[in-house]
Ligand binder design. Sequence first.
Ligand code: PA5
Length: 449
Amino acid sequence: MDSIQLNIKHLAGLISEEEILLKSELASSANKALYDRTREGSDFLGWVELPSSITEENIREIEDSATILRTHCDAVVVIGIGGSYLGARAVIDALFSSFDWLQEKDKRKNPVILYAGNNIGEDYLCELMSFLEDREFGIINISKSGTTTEPAIAFRLLKDLLEKKVGTEETKNRIVAITDESKGALRTLAVSEGYKTFVIPDNVGGRFSVLTPVGLLPIAVAGINIRKLIQGAVEIEKGTSSTTSFDYNLPAIYAVIRNELYKRGKKIEILANYHPKLHFLAEWWKQLFGESEGKENLGIFPAAVDFTTDLHSMGQWIQEGERTIFETVISVKQPENKVKIPRDDRDLDGLNYLEGKRVDEVNKMAELGTRIAHVDGGVPNILIEIPELNEKYMGQLIYFFEKACGISGYILGINPFNQPGVEAYKKNMFALLEKPGFEDATRAIKKRI
Ligand code: PA5
């Protein structure tokens, strides 16, 4: 197999193959609507044919910019929140050894990638700044709107630190801004300071932007091959076109099943992985589906667990708690034999029965045993199999989930490409902070506290 696969044999008897096929037209017409732009959110469908439209010139520009940052910096801080950092972090964490960054500087080939602007934690920012004080660092500042508070605060602090450290001229080599072509404070600031900039296309929403410079630049700076990532995404784009038959359209099948499970009372989807490196892929997936589908009092709640770690915390709930869940497992084949369990003559830990087995073989048996147990416990299981963790399959997975999300949202009957609900907290926060322009809201909220 040289592509991700979908195994739907273990739906705990809740949906038959015939019932899935009955929905094929619904799914195919939802997929077609993503190309014809005939449904809600049609202004935000730039991601649908994005992978195949990336040019050699686009890639070179990103690689050149990455080279400049890699040359000047020992650490690069990716500033952004939500769709403006989760995709990059998902790929970087999946493909990069976290221990590489613990090596001495001269033994490392790549800069340390750090993240900021995805919270407003004062301790976090304080600790980050004190770490950066003695380091040659750069910044990739990402915000589509260019006005989001969390990244704006982080950028103001880190820009100030950088200018004090290396001066305003050298700062220009070390800051890249990725934002809207013309709107927003970040665009104004970047132009006025003379920073290198990349554009987030108007018709690509934040959570669908990982294959634009938003994701590609940080990923390239980390030393990961973005060409292979894009190639993987193109493969799934081509294999899920508006004319692809439903039987071969894996994202469409996944979208149908999750909607059918939802209708049968399975309100929570748990994305499970068996590799700590995939933790942030799940964070990205949660945002993709949560922000896209959770509206109009509808939508599956996307949850995630890292197994086997969370089998010792959430395992009990999944096995025997309220039966409102289904599980989607990401299973990685891992063909390369890296670590085997050695023999111990005294066998005091009783582990000699595992002698000579790969650690991954033990992990796989934990995975299989858990899947069977959960299905027996009434948790329908969808299995997504990946041949190995590399750039190409990460690219495939990203596009698979993006396409599934678009189709699934249309099947659900909502607009998957807006996020009106995110504004509610911002309005209250601005009112409480007495931001100019929010005077009425400030008066109203003060009466409530
Ligand atoms: O998917 C989305 O649109 C959001 O999660 C945004 O990416 C997030 O809110 C950050 O917005 P911005 O890039 O405008 O700072």
